[in-house]
Design a protein around this ligand. Structure first.
Ligand code: OOG
Ligand code: NI
Length: 267
């Protein structure tokens, strides 16, 4: 595991860029001067709730660099469970980790996921690079399609493995934009399709958090029966509001997160 938080995030970012070409373009679009003036609000990772690779196994990599568990979230319809983590330094990004409740699905899906996870070397899970190590198994397009029918999340995680599925622009710190709507308008004018599930803006000032997201880029994955182009990763935008104590809200909102998950749906 890494012991340097910046090193961990640099690696996650580089790995994310390999399948998310939109990300650098979005930085150029929203940054006032150069790439560096975009602040990352949070990232998210996905996994399966099997003992070898459960949420806690991913979380250990963040705990090793100073993160603490701060909230939990249930997504009953999607059969997901999630926690969020914060660093003692509030300038470090927050982390959202979810896991698929495998036992809630059909026996064939459970068997597929167990077989995929069986392919992972136990030592790989604690290695420095685990959170950006991608897939540890082979996959064919028939299995991908079968997973997709039951759970888009299961299919995405089987196809892409371990990596950040999004980074998030901290809209509060953008110099040229005051509202999430103005960010969305800029993105749409530049041709980036947004996730419209439940409206372009998820959440509100009342729940202390407004979020929007692009629809995931398309990227090519290797399947045993040939390459296929499928949704990869997306970019999110978050505007946080002050709590009564004057500090910005640092948590997530389950009803909004439920819709953000759908940013990896096919366009
Ligand atoms: C995470 C979706 C939730 C948020 O900010 O509410 C989320 C995912 O797509 O894996 O990122
Ligand atoms: Ni997010």
């Amino acid at each position: 595991m890494h012991n340097n938080v910046n090193e961990l995030f640099d690696n996650l970012w580089q790995n994310y860029l390999t399948v998310t070409p939109s990300a650098n373009k979005i930085h150029q679009l929203l940054g006032s001067t150069q790439q560096d003036d975009i602040v990352n609000d949070h990232i998210a990772l996905r996994t399966f709730n099997l003992p070898k690779v459960g949420l806690d196994k991913l979380a250990a990599h963040f705990e090793a660099v100073g993160y603490k568990e701060c909230g939990e979230y249930h997504f009953d319809a999607k059969c997901l469970y999630a926690k969020h983590f914060e660093h003692s330094d509030p300038n470090q990004p927050k982390v959202f980790i979810s896991e698929l409740l495998v036992e809630k699905f059909s026996t064939p899906l459970q068997q597929v996921i167990k077989t995929l996870v069986d392919n992972i070397d136990a030592s790989a899970v604690t290695a420095d690079n685990f959170l950006y190590s991608g897939r540890h198994w082979e996959l064919d397009s028939t299995t991908y399609d079968m997973l997709l029918e039951e759970s888009e999340y299961a299919a995405w995680t089987a196809a892409w493995g371990y990596r950040a599925n999004h980074f998030t622009v901290n809209v509060n710190t953008l110099k040229d934009f005051d509202t999430l709507e103005s960010v969305n308008d800029k993105l749409k004018a530049a041709g980036f399709p947004l996730n419209t599930t439940g409206g372009e803006i998820k959440g509100s000032a009342e729940v202390l958090l407004e979020q929007s997201a692009t629809l995931a880029d398309d990227a090519t994955v290797e399947f045993t029966d040939g390459n296929k182009t499928i949704p990869s990763c997306f970019y999110e935008f978050a505007l946080r509001y002050e709590m009564p104590n004057g500090k910005l809200y640092t948590g997530f909102v389950a009803a909004s997160a439920d819709k953000i998950f759908e940013s990896t749906n096919a366009r």
